[in-house]
Design a protein around this ligand. Structure first.
Ligand SMILES: [Zn+2]
Length: 181
């Protein structure tokens, strides 16, 4: 998104949800939910991360959102001017990386959803306790592009917990020229 000039930003509200559902204890299942964005070009702000729903499939190594529940939630937020832009889920890994299943389900989600976006966003939350470790990538029907974090003033990426809590931005800019919208 560097070439496109677009920036993906997480609201403090969304980051709090990520923080809350991290798989810290051994017994915790994977959690996940939907991401909803506001477009204030060139800034795409992920405003809402919805919590896991009772109908979702959850285990230690798997999270699959329920399609019917997903449709209902997508409609509800669309009426509030928020656009479905992808999904988040947790991994029991300190530096999370997507599984083959994750990549395939994002392809499916992109193909099957009604939208006008070039890419959907996938966020995977790691289980570090000293920091919020995130995997962030863009997906279309065939490809995946990982985004890298940047700080508000430099590329040092010092996204400490305190900073995430008190700063408005958790910014991600990709190395490639990709525009979400
Ligand atoms: Zn996964």
């Amino acid at each position: 998104m560097l070439g496109s000039g677009q920036t993906l930003v997480f609201s403090p509200k969304a980051l709090k949800v990520f923080e809350k559902y991290r798989q810290i204890s051994r017994s915790q299942p994977e959690s996940g939910g939907l991401l909803f964005a506001k477009f204030d070009m060139p800034v795409i702000k992920i405003d809402i991360a919805t919590p896991p729903q009772p109908e979702d499939r959850k285990s230690r190594f798997l999270f699959v959102s329920n399609p019917d529940t997903r449709r209902t939630i997508v409609r509800r937020y669309f009426r509030k001017g928020l656009h479905f832009i992808g999904e988040w889920h947790t991994h029991p890994q300190s530096e999370p990386t997507p599984s083959g299943l994750d990549v395939n389900s994002m392809k499916e989600l992109f193909r099957q959803s009604v939208h006008e976006l070039n890419y959907f966003v996938m966020v995977i939350i790691g289980n570090r306790t000293d920091n919020l470790s995130l995997w962030v990538s863009l997906h279309d029907a065939t490809d995946m592009y990982q985004l890298s974090p940047c700080g508000s003033t430099d590329q040092s990426c010092n996204l400490t917990f305190a900073a995430l809590r008190y700063r408005i931005l958790g910014k991600y800019v990709g190395q490639e020229s990709k525009s979400i919208k």
